[in-house]
Design a protein around this ligand. Sequence first.
Ligand SMILES: Nc1ncnc2c1ncn2[C@@H]1O[C@H](COP(=O)(O)OP(=O)(O)OP(=O)(O)O)[C@@H](O)[C@H]1O
Length: 265
Amino acid sequence: MSDVLISVRNVSKAYGETLVLERVNLDVESETFCTIVGASGCGKSTFLRMLLSQERPTGGTIKIANEPIADEPTPDRGIVFQRYSVFSHLTVEGNLLLATEFQHAPLTGRLMGKARASALEAIEDTLEKIGLSSARKRYPAQLSGGMQQRLAIAQALLKKPKILLLDEPFGALDPGIRSDMHALLRQLWKELGMTIFMVTHDIHEAFKLGTRMLVFDKVRHDPHQPDAFGATITYDLSLKDDNTNAPEADELFPARPDQTKGPLT
Ligand SMILES: Nc1ncnc2c1ncn2[C@@H]1O[C@H](COP(=O)(O)OP(=O)(O)OP(=O)(O)O)[C@@H](O)[C@H]1O
């Protein structure tokens, strides 16, 4: 059994008067594939941003490998969003090289000689892993949606992160391409030994990919003060590969009188 890599204790997050998350407690072992589902606006992305150190908790603590989480994002944590912004005037390889240059030569923004050659080698290796080698000289406008998401994942993988955070990475893709991306992601996860947190609105995707699924929801409500209470983890399920232990969606997301539509799209 692996050790606990991430430990979240009594974490809360408020923006001004609005409490978004409260009493979030979690221990995650290395190499877990955690999927995260929950109603729109319940704080899933905020939770990922706290794991990346883009946001700080208002209360509570987050530890990674037994150390308090760093104040700033570090290369051991990578993130992929649903929509990826790339430089349209740079090729796939150029975009990846620029990302490496920013990381290793933040002052000059240029890598020279041996450092450049080794960066290009690492890029080639990553493109191979992600199935984009043949597109390395293409410009972003010449890539399909699936290929653009591969580029986004390649950029995150270049830094060899121990923890990969994915915020609805496949939300904009067609079903067939999504399925290819699922296979690719599972393969990368197994091959690279990463710990993954993936937010998705698709509960089938959550069951299919995860080894553990977290459901975020509010347990306390005050119709007169809708911002007074935050969401927390209401279900924490260990998943089997064949999903035989999957509960019904109704069980995970009980209908509430104040909800006009279901929590998942
Ligand atoms: N920087 C910010 N300043 C103020 N409020 C914010 C900020 N970021 C997020 N929020 C608010 O926090 C709440 C949670 O947002 P978040 O994006 O984490 O939800 P989510 O569960 O990821 O939503 P979705 O599923 O729609 O992407 C929302 O009400 C949002 O408006």
